[in-house]
Ligand binder design. Structure first.
Ligand code: SF4
Length: 76
């Protein structure tokens, strides 16, 4: 099992491809961040406002497998 970290300006996310069920909730919910044709396919850099970060948290919360998880930045 390999969980990979993708960093963004407000929230980071982690993804474990062995767990993903390819349900597509992520790419449907936030195509600016999740694009299987881009490298890296997950780009939390695009969630660069509080509203977009909130949407990203919500979309990750819909991931049915737990493959995607939010990694909140530690408070300074
Ligand atoms: S929502 Fe989760 S299970 Fe579905 S494709 Fe995205 S990462 Fe995989």
């Amino acid at each position: 099992m390999t969980r990979k970290l993708y960093t963004g300006p407000i929230v980071d996310l982690t993804f474990d491809g062995d767990v993903c069920q390819h349900a597509g909730e992520c790419v449907r919910g936030m195509p600016a961040v999740f694009n299987v044709h881009a490298r890296p396919w997950a780009n939390p850099e695009a969630a660069n406002t509080p509203d977009l970060a909130a949407l990203l948290r919500e979309v990750i919360g819909r991931c049915p497998s737990g493959a995607l998880q939010v990694a909140e930045h530690q408070a300074a």
